[in-house]
Design a protein around this ligand. Structure first.
Ligand SMILES: Cc1cc2nc3c(=O)[nH]c(=O)nc-3n(C[C@H](O)[C@H](O)[C@H](O)COP(=O)(O)OP(=O)(O)OC[C@H]3O[C@@H](n4cnc5c(N)ncnc54)[C@H](O)[C@@H]3O)c2cc1C
Length: 403
C-alpha cells in the first residue's frame, strides 16, 4: 500500500512507524512543511498507560521515549504565598522536540521516506492509496473539504501562552496569582533535566489590564517573570515569538468533526480533534489515533471499511477525554468559584476539575461529599459514566443544531 502522511508531528510519524512495522513493503512517505528539528511548543506530559501501549506496539521507540523523559509524583499548588503539596500519580514529561527526533529517527530506520520543507496543499494531494491528514489543528487538507468534514471549532474564554523556562520543577506546579485585574495562573512541569514547560493562563481582561500583550516579547516575559518570581527562583521564561513580535497569547479552540474521512483522505490527531491543554492529553490521543488507524488498516482490506472502523473506535474512545477536557477548561474559567476555599480544599477540587458533577454542586458540599464518599466506588463510577453521556448528548445537540 502507498501511504502519504501529511504532517511530521507525533501522529503522522508514529503512524508511519506502525505501518512499516506491520508490513515493510508498504511505501510510506511523511511530508512536513517545516525544516527538520524545528517545532512549536515545549514539553508534553503523558502517563504510564501510554508508555505501556507504546511498548506493546514498538518497543524500540518506547524505550527511547522513556529514556528521555523525566518523571514526577507530586503536585504543588501555590495560591498567593501559600504552597500546598499533594502526592499524585506518576507523570512523565518529554520535550516535543526530543519526541519528534526519536520518532523521525525510528521511522527512517524502518524505511519511511521523510520529506521536510515540503508543504502539501489541499488541491495537490500526493498520489497514494491513502492520504493521512496529520497536519494539525489548522489542517489545510481538512479545510480543503470543509463541507465533507464539517469541522466545528469552539473557542474557550481564556487566553494562554505556552512558554519554557530553565527552572526545573520537582513536581507538577500550579501557581495562582491575584492582581488588581484578576487572577493569572501557570502550570509548570519539567520535560528534561534542564527545562520545564510553563503554560500561563488568564481571562482576556486580565491580560489586557496587565498590559501583557503590549510591547515586545521581552517586555511581556519580564512582566510575567515578576508575577511568577516566587516559583521561578530567578530563572527566565523563554518564548518563541518571531523576531520583533510580542508574546504569543492564544485562545484554545476545541475542534470536533462531523466526519473523519472522505474517500481516501483520513484525519489523524489534532486535525481530527483537540482537547484542552489543561488535561495534557493531545499527544497521547494523537498517538492512540495512529495505533487505531494502523490496526484498522491491518484488519480490513477494504479501505472504506477500515476507515469507518477507525472513526467509530476513536469517536467512542474520545468521549471521556473530551468530557474531561471541557469540564477542566470550565473549572479554570470559573476559578473564582474555587480559589477562595481553604488551600487544601481548593487543591483537592483542582484535582476533581474533570468532574461533570462539580459545576452543579456547591464546592464546599462537593468537597465534603467526595471525602465522605472517598472510597465509595459507586460515586466515581457515576462520574465516569456521566462524563461520556453528557459529552455524547452535547455532540448530538450540536449535530442536530447544524441540520
Ligand atoms: C499549550 C499546549 C500545551 C500542551 N501540552 C500537552 C501535554 O502536556 N501533553 C499532551 O499530550 N499534549 C499536549 N498538547 C497537545 C499537543 O501538542 C497536540 O495534541 C499534538 O501535538 C498533536 O499532534 P499532531 O501530530 O496531531 O499535530 P501537530 O503536532 O500539530 O503536528 C502537525 C504537523 O503538521 C505540519 N503541517 C501542517 N500543515 C502542513 C502541510 N500543509 N503540509 C505539510 N506539513 C504540514 C506542522 O508543521 C506540524 O509539524 C498541548 C497543546 C497546547 C496548545
Amino acid at each position: 500500500m502507498k501511504v502519504a502522511c501529511v504532517g511530521g508531528g507525533p501522529a503522522g510519524l508514529y503512524l508511519s512507524i506502525l505501518l512499516k512495522r506491520q508490513d515493510p513493503s508498504h511505501d510510506v512517505t511523511v511530508y512536513e512543511r517545516d525544516p527538520e528539528g524545528s517545532t512549536y511548543g515545549w514539553g508534553v506530559t503523558y502517563w504510564q498507560g501510554l508508555l505501556d501501549r507504546l511498548r506493546a506496539r514498538d518497543p524500540e521507540s518506547a524505550r527511547a521515549i522513556e529514556e528521555h523523559s523525566v518523571r514526577w509524583n507530586q503536585g504543588v499548588a501555590h495560591v498567593r504565598d501559600r504552597a500546598t503539596r499533594r502526592p499524585g500519580d506518576e507523570g512523565h514529561g518529554i520535550g516535543r522536540h526530543r519526541l519528534l527526533e526519536i520518532l523521525a529517527a525510528r521511522a527512517r530506520a524502518l524505511g519511511v521516506r521523510l520529506e521536510y520543507e515540503h508543504e502539501i496543499t489541499a488541491d495537490a494531494l500526493p498520489d497514494a492509496d491513502l492520504v493521512v491528514a496529520g497536519d494539525g489543528v489548522h489542517s489545510a487538507l481538512r479545510s480543503g473539504r470543509a463541507d465533507r468534514f464539517g469541522a466545528e471549532l469552539r473557542p474557550g474564554r481564556n487566553s494562554y501562552v505556552w512558554l519554557g523556562t530553565t527552572k526545573v520543577f520537582d513536581s507538577f506546579t500550579f501557581a495562582f496569582v491575584e492582581t488588581e485585574h484578576g487572577w493569572i495562573w501557570c502550570y509548570g512541569y519539567p520535560f528534561s533535566t534542564e527545562r520545564s514547560t510553563c503554560v500561563i493562563e488568564c481571562a482576556p481582561e486580565t491580560r489586557s489590564g496587565l498590559g501583557l500583550d503590549e510591547g515586545s516579547e521581552a517586555d511581556g516575559l519580564a512582566r510575567l517573570e515578576k508575577l511568577f518570581a516566587h516559583i521561578l527562583d530567578g530563572h527566565p521564561l523563554i518564548g518563541r515569538a518571531p523576531a520583533g513580535g510580542g508574546t504569543q497569547w492564544l485562545t484554545f479552540r476545541t475542534l470536533t468533526n462531523r466526519a473523519w474521512y472522505d474517500d481516501n483522505l483520513v484525519l489523524l490527531g489534532d486535525a481530527a480533534h483537540t482537547t484542552h491543554y489543561s488535561i495534557g492529553a493531545g499527544t497521547t490521543l494523537a498517538l492512540e489515533d495512529a495505533m487505531a488507524l494502523a490496526d484498522a488498516l491491518s484488519q480490513d482490506v477494504v479501505l472504506p471499511q477500515a476507515l469507518a472502523r477507525y472513526e467509530r473506535e476513536r469517536r467512542s474512545a474520545l468521549l471521556s477525554p473530551q468530557s474531561a477536557a471541557r469540564y477542566s477548561a470550565q473549572w479554570y474559567e470559573n476559578l473564582t468559584r474555587y480559589i477562595h476555599l481553604p488551600p487544601d480544599r481548593m487543591f483537592a477540587l483542582l484535582g476533581q476539575r474533570h468532574s461533570p458533577l462539580l459545576p452543579y454542586v456547591p464546592p464546599q458540599l462537593y468537597y465534603r461529599l467526595d471525602r465522605a464518599a472517598g472510597q465509595l466506588e459507586a460515586l466515581r463510577r457515576l462520574k465516569r459514566w456521566l462524563g461520556p453521556k453528557i459529552a455524547r448528548s452535547a455532540h448530538t445537540r450540536a449535530l442536530s443544531a447544524r441540520k
